[in-house]
Design a protein around this ligand. Structure first.
Ligand SMILES: CC(C)(COP(=O)(O)OP(=O)(O)OC[C@H]1O[C@@H](n2cnc3c(N)ncnc32)[C@H](O)[C@@H]1OP(=O)(O)O)[C@@H](O)C(=O)NCCC(=O)NCCS
Length: 174
């Protein structure tokens, strides 16, 4: 039997803008993903109503909501506020597909930087961001409500070519 090539969500991204009907599924992923989960239906609805806010969901080929991302596009920067994948769909490329979608959006809108903060202990997320070309640029001491530091990560674009410019880390992460 002929083997078919393996397909990942990044090959066939099933990504769409979040709708009100998606809120319950997104809240469930949020609750399963973050210890300090406090997001509510109202928070998400308010976020969807902000003109500078973009919320996208990624679905499995069967239509299940697997992952979501929230970002702000302000002036020539994109700030990724949140990205999470349902624990049962992790390591299938859904967060990477959402991040690729974000980078494509940033290029289309001639954005200069994509920024985000990540917990110092969150090796999985940092590994994901590094595969995409993000560098660690600073520390926000006690950024999270439990006092953990936030690591600032950044992706930079060449203003002329619009291509990603790899930057060296400016901090050492212990
Ligand atoms: C971080 C998170 C979003 C990754 O989602 P995901 O859909 O499983 O990620 P992907 O499958 O797209 O992974 C892409 C790459 O990221 C890296 N990566 C993802 N999870 C990893 C892990 N647990 N350990 C090491 N590297 C990891 C790998 O390089 C991976 O590529 P590979 O699978 O080919 O090796 C997910 O673990 C999650 O929801 N965590 C809880 C919420 C969270 O921490 N969000 C980030 C807030 S800043």
């Amino acid at each position: 039997m002929e083997m078919l090539p393996e397909r990942s969500p990044s090959d066939v991204p099933n990504i769409a803008a979040m709708r009100s009907e998606d809120i319950a599924d997104v809240l469930a992923i949020d609750a399963a993903s973050f210890q300090s989960h406090r997001t509510t239906t109202d928070n998400l609805q308010e976020e969807m109503d902000r003109p500078w806010s973009h919320l996208w969901v990624a679905r499995t080929p069967q239509g299940q909501l697997a992952a979501f991302i929230v970002l702000w596009h302000v002036a020539d920067e994109v700030h990724v506020l949140n990205v999470a994948t349902d624990p049962s769909f992790r390591r299938h490329g859904y967060a990477r597909a959402l991040m690729h979608h974000t980078i494509a959006f940033a290029k289309k809108h001639e954005v200069r930087l994509v920024l985000l903060e990540v917990r110092r202990s969150n090796g999985a997320a940092m590994a994901l961001y590094r595969t995409l070309g993000f560098s660690a640029m600073g520390v926000r001491r006690g950024y999270y409500s439990d006092g953990e530091d936030g690591i600032e990560m950044m992706l930079t674009f060449d203003p002329k070519t619009k291509e990603i410019v790899p930057q060296p880390d400016e901090i050492t992460i212990a």
